[in-house]
Design a protein around this ligand. Sequence first.
Ligand SMILES: [Zn+2]
Length: 214
Amino acid sequence: MADEETRNPSSATGTAALRAGWSHRHRDVSGGWLRPTVFGAVDGLVTNTSLIAGLGGGRASPHIVILTGVAALVAGAFSMGTGEYISVTNQNELVHAEVALEQKMLTLFPMAEQEELAGYFREYGADAETAARMAAAVSKDPGTALRVHTREELGVDPSELPSPVLAGFASLLAFSFGALVRWSPGGWWWAGSPGGRYCTRACASSCWVGWPSR
Ligand SMILES: [Zn+2]
């Protein structure tokens, strides 16, 4: 028993769990790059598939096709990149405004905020006394208190907001990649194959663009 009392429970549990395959590593899911990357790539593919369908319907000359492809790539990439940059900037500004409001409430009503925090801990399963002690401990450091309050109330960590520049470039590059795949000779070959024609028709009809029967 005495042996058990002196043992460090977290490291003992950790070592045993590590041997059993426990992992504490996670991929970066907070950087804000994945959503704009997938969105940009899909948009690049779908937009340009629709354009190819439209040009095919109009039996455009190769010169027009190349010009349209370059214009679509540049316009789409900058539009997506700028839109993503502005939307993430706006989102972050809103978060900062709400964090400032929380900071103000913490300064003006510290005891009410501490009781609010104790309520969150009770919701997580702590008894009233433990929750009150945890809330008091967290509230001792203003930075920690603000971080925990914003995590609980806004669902975000103000120190880990997505980067507008990263999101913008991710979207720009992903759209360009999607467009290049679609306008590349391989993309045209794929468009001419049975599977490609089916996908193009499905995409075109979903975008209200006609595709001539061949
Ligand atoms: Zn609060």
